[in-house]
Design a protein around this ligand. Structure first.
Ligand code: ATP
Ligand code: MG
Ligand code: MG
Ligand code: MG
Length: 478
């Protein structure tokens, strides 16, 4: 089943069951505590927090998501993308567990001819929170899942909160067993690579008070209980298309195949190269979607997330091809073509997206040319002195003068068997941030027109990193 069809079926199923279909919000979060949207519930947060009254009692959506915190997993696990789509159904004080659980099961197991996803129940496992006997009983008695297929998980896996006082509650998740060739028996508690998490059902049931991390008091039951669920579209596609991982599904797979063709490599020949091809395929797609939603490469916040993703794909392309040829234009074209059924607006935006991505590729080519020379000199110096630690001040200079993201320096150093003095790097970054803050304050006091500086920052490209790291704050949600 094609990815686009999976999305259509999901929405159709919940619409048939009385839910209002809500279009995806932009990847750029309206929520001031987030940079980018990491989960389907984010656009509905004001309803869950009681700040706004929802215009419907139940809703369903396919939400565009970015999770930069998963960037290191991309290409290495079978299931982590930086851009992905979360299918979700939501209840605002309407139905609760007794309906959310059977609905999810029905959709997943109903035969394809009858509108469902047709997954063999024998392949499915579920988890519930430690003391959530209610959810366990619904799975067992109402749905008919065998008790040995229901596993209990703790706070880290199966308890949800928003990082602030307000709603919280247990989760219950559905896992797909990929089979013994992927790992040992024992269910999701034993092996998260063989048993792949596909759907998270969140039961917002309690009200929590102030606290840090998972340490907070439960003040009581919520007056209106809510449901928030998230099903990964790409993960479900990998299951339904019978492929090994999300990067081989119909949409991402096309970008991957093109990347192999352009770099003269063969996917499946070499596991190291395979990881790089998967990274490229994932990152190109994320870049297309971010630019499509108005993000521009920059040195701060969402712009920095985009720049980091773009530069990582470009560098991996160079490593794969062993040349500095430009490939982003063609990959962007394939990615847009693969996504246009789900996001027709990409076609109207294609010229703009190409313009932004092509410019960043040229910009980065210059950066790499000059920065790599400095990097090699510094690495040479380190080795000549018998050391294995690349100095923090060299890493800082690369960042400050050449716009090398720290993860680029880390990666290049690792390739030469060197470590980077990250502590020294961090403290230099902090110093620079403090100075920038002081200067900004001084300017404010002197009543200077700062808009010209803001503009300069926007356009200064690679040579003016201000030292923002990845600050999406996404760990606070889901
Ligand atoms: P995992 O444990 O596999 O990292 P998660 O518990 O972090 O997943 P949730 O926060 O529960 O994921 O998100 C709900 C659903 O969204 C997941 O069940 C999965 O299907 C999907 N999902 C989460 N993160 C990603 C990702 N990086 N790429 C693709 N799909 C994802
Ligand atoms: Mg995760
Ligand atoms: Mg999980
Ligand atoms: Mg989860």
């Amino acid at each position: 089943m094609e990815t686009a069809e999976i999305a259509r079926r999901f929405l159709a199923f919940f619409e048939k069951n009385g839910h209002t279909v809500v279009p995806s919000a932009s990847l750029v979060a309206e929520d001031p505590t987030l940079l980018l949207v990491p989960a389907g519930m984010v656009p509905f947060k004001p309803y869950f927090l009681g700040q706004r009254t929802p215009p419907y009692d139940t809703a369903t959506s396919v939400q565009k998501c970015i999770r930069t915190k998963d960037i290191e997993e991309v290409g290495k696990t079978a299931r982590h993308a930086t851009f992905f789509q979360m299918l979700g159904n939501f209840s605002f004080g309407d139905y609760f567990k007794e309906r959310a659980i059977p609905l999810a099961w029905e959709l997943v197991t109903t035969p394809v001819e009858e509108g469902g996803f047709g997954i063999d129940p024998e392949r499915l496992w579920v988890t519930v929170y430690l003391d959530d006997d209610e959810a366990a009983a619904i799975w067992r008695d109402k749905v008919g899942v065998r008790p040995e297929r229901i596993q209990r998980m703790g706070m880290d896996e199966n308890y949800w909160d928003m990082g602030v006082p307000g709603p919280c509650g247990p989760c219950s998740e559905i896992f797909y067993d990929r089979g013994p060739e992927y790992g040992a028996d024992g269910g999701p508690a034993a092996d998260e690579d063989r048993y792949i998490e596909i759907w998270n059902l969140v039961f917002m049931q309690y009200e929590r008070g102030e606290g840090s991390g998972k340490d907070y008091p439960i003040l009581g039951d919520l007056p209106k209980k809510n449901i928030d669920t998230g099903l990964g579209l790409e993960r479900l596609a990998s299951v339904l298309q019978g492929v090994d991982n999300i990067y081989e599904t119909d949409i991402i797979g096309r970008v991957l195949a093109k990347a192999a063709e352009l770099t003269g490599t063969r996917y499946g020949d070499d596991s190291g190269q395979d990881v790089m091809l998967r990274v490229v395929a994932d990152h190109v797609r994320s870049a297309v979607m971010l630019v499509g939603d108005g993000v521009r490469p920059g040195n701060e916040k969402a712009g920095y997330v985009l720049r980091r993703i773009l530069r990582r794909s470009i560098r991996n392309l160079r490593l794969l091809s062993g040349s500095d040829a430009f490939h982003m234009h063609e990959l962007t074209a394939v990615s847009i073509d693969a996504m246009k059924d789900i996001y027709p607006d990409l076609l109207e935006k294609a010229a703009m997206i190409h313009g932004v991505i092509d410019a960043e590729e040229r910009n980065f080519a210059d950066t790499l040319r000059s920065g790599t020379a400095l990097f090699n000199r510094a690495a040479e110096r380190t080795r000549a002195a018998g050391g294995t630690t690349f100095s923090g001040s060299d890493a800082f200079q690369l960042h400050d003068t050449y716009g090398f993201p720290i993860d680029l320096t880390l990666e290049m150093a690792a390739e030469q068997g060197l470590e980077v003095d990250e502590n020294a790097f961090d403290s230099l970054m902090q110093q620079q941030r403090d100075t920038a803050k002081r200067d900004a304050k001084a300017k404010k006091l002197g009543n200077a027109d700062v808009s010209v500086y803001a503009r300069l920052l926007d356009t200064s490209g690679a040579t003016d990193f201000l030292g923002y790291t990845d600050q999406e704050g996404e760990a606070r949600v889901l």
